[in-house]
Write a protein that binds this ligand. Structure first.
Ligand SMILES: *Cc1c(COP(=O)(O)O)cnc(C)c1O
Length: 392
């Protein structure tokens, strides 16, 4: 078959049709599968071939469609679908680490990712060194011959600093470590993480893949040998598999993800251009404008600034709250990647539990507001933000 384009794969990739030849992908809402004979059951437990299923915790036709479509989008050989983004992060790390192993991780992490690295892995005898993910010299200094994994979020939450996937991969591979990237903020649409050196790419599909705020989901992508040999045994025996219903929602999300993410990025760029240098702001952070310190890296790594943006208001928490409460289209919530634009105040919500020093170290000030830009008309979003800034 000739190589098909991204949008064609997003609509048709991985499709399996039943004997009814349905147009829309079916939800196989079944945990089990009937065998024609006892011999067939015995043979399948011995070895499952392609599209042979035993139990939904191990695999399911709807989930298999989602895994294949997702792998096509990422340019990965294979994938395993998980119950949530955190099941995917946990599975990607725990499936390959053991007591005595060493991990190097970027410090700027989603709270639950930090919990896995700082609390869970260390409890089981894994040593973790944290570095400033943007500083390749710190990665170089922390990586050791016994380092098994380098882990980072390619674009950090909520200050949108980029980690150089190519640079970290080169250093990590030199000591024989595997590179695991939590790629949520970069989106699977713009990601080239595998060709840039990542060994395993993880997504919370709760975000842009669903894209309409309905279901939790996650996926671990990588080489077939690793996904089927290392990840699958861990996931299928520990219970973090994706439900067939959620896989169906995610499949439908993938059909439109390219269109949505492109519209979201256009909106984000419009907001960035409109708010840059605004008198009520100390900072506007968007990696897709030339004034951003990592503009070149964003262009090289993603070819785009993405769907997220941060505004830092003069006047701290009071000004940020006045701004948030004055928004009329953009909703206050904490999800991201949704069709609806969402504003978050990290210091009092997602990053509330961090100490003042930790927040300061990550650049999360009281005036910082994170925006996940949706697919509404950019002009309406700009107008909403401008009038809310007037009130702030
Ligand atoms: C949301 C998110 C997760 C966790 O995903 P869930 O689906 O909520 O479990 C992990 N990493 C990043 C960067 C996220 O944004």
């Amino acid at each position: 078959m000739t190589q098909r384009g991204k949008r064609t794969n997003l609509v048709h990739g991985g499709t399996r049709r039943s004997q009814w030849n349905e147009v829309s992908e079916a939800i196989f809402l079944t945990q089990g599968f009937v065998y024609d004979t006892a011999e067939q059951a015995e043979a399948r437990f011995l070895k499952t071939g392609p599209d042979e299923f035993i139990y939904a915790r191990y695999g399911n036709p709807t989930v298999a469609m989602f895994e294949e479509r997702m792998a096509l989008l990422e340019g990965a050989e294979d994938g395993f679908a998980c119950a949530s983004g955190m099941a995917a992060v946990n599975g990607a790390l725990c499936s390959m680490l053991k007591a005595g192993d060493h991990v190097v991780a970027a410090r700027a992490l989603f709270g639950s990712c930090l919990y896995i690295l700082e609390d869970i892995l260390t409890r089981y005898g894994v040593e973790v060194t944290f570095v400033d993910g943007t500083d390749l010299e710190q990665w170089q200094a922390a990586l050791r011959p016994d380092t098994k994994v380098a882990f980072f979020e390619s674009m950090a939450n909520p200050t949108l600093e980029l980690v150089d996937i190519e640079g970290v991969s080169r250093l990590a591979h030199a000591v024989g470590a595997l590179v695991v990237v939590d790629n949520v903020f970069s989106t699977p649409v713009y990601s080239k993480a595998i060709s840039q050196g990542a060994d395993i790419v993880v997504y919370s599909t709760t975000k842009h893949v669903d894209g309409q705020g309905r279901c939790l989901g996650g996926v671990i992508l990588g080489r077939t040998e690793h996904i089927r040999g290392v990840v699958e045994p861990y996931m299928k025996h520990t219970g973090g598999s994706m439900s067939p219903f959620n896989a169906w929602v995610m499949l439908k999300g993938l059909e439109t993800i390219e269109l949505r993410v492109r519209a979201q990025s256009e909106g984000a760029l419009a907001i960035a251009n409109a708010t840059e240098g605004h008198a009520k702001l100390t900072r506007m952070i968007y990696p897709g404008v030339e004034s951003h310190a990592q503009y070149d890296l964003a262009q090289r790594q993603l070819g785009n600034g993405g769907t997220m943006l941060a505004l830092e208001l003069k006047g701290g928490k009071e000004a940020a709250f006045r701004f948030l409460n004055a928004l009329e289209i953009i909703v206050i919530s904490n999800n991201l990647g949704d069709a609806k634009s969402i504003a978050t105040h990290p210091a009092t919500t997602t990053h509330q539990r961090l100490s003042d020093e930790q927040r300061a170290g990550l650049g999360i000030s009281d005036g910082l507001v994170r925006l996940s830009v949706g697919i509404e008309d950019p002009a309406d979003l700009v107008a909403d933000i401008m009038s809310a800034l007037d009130v702030a």
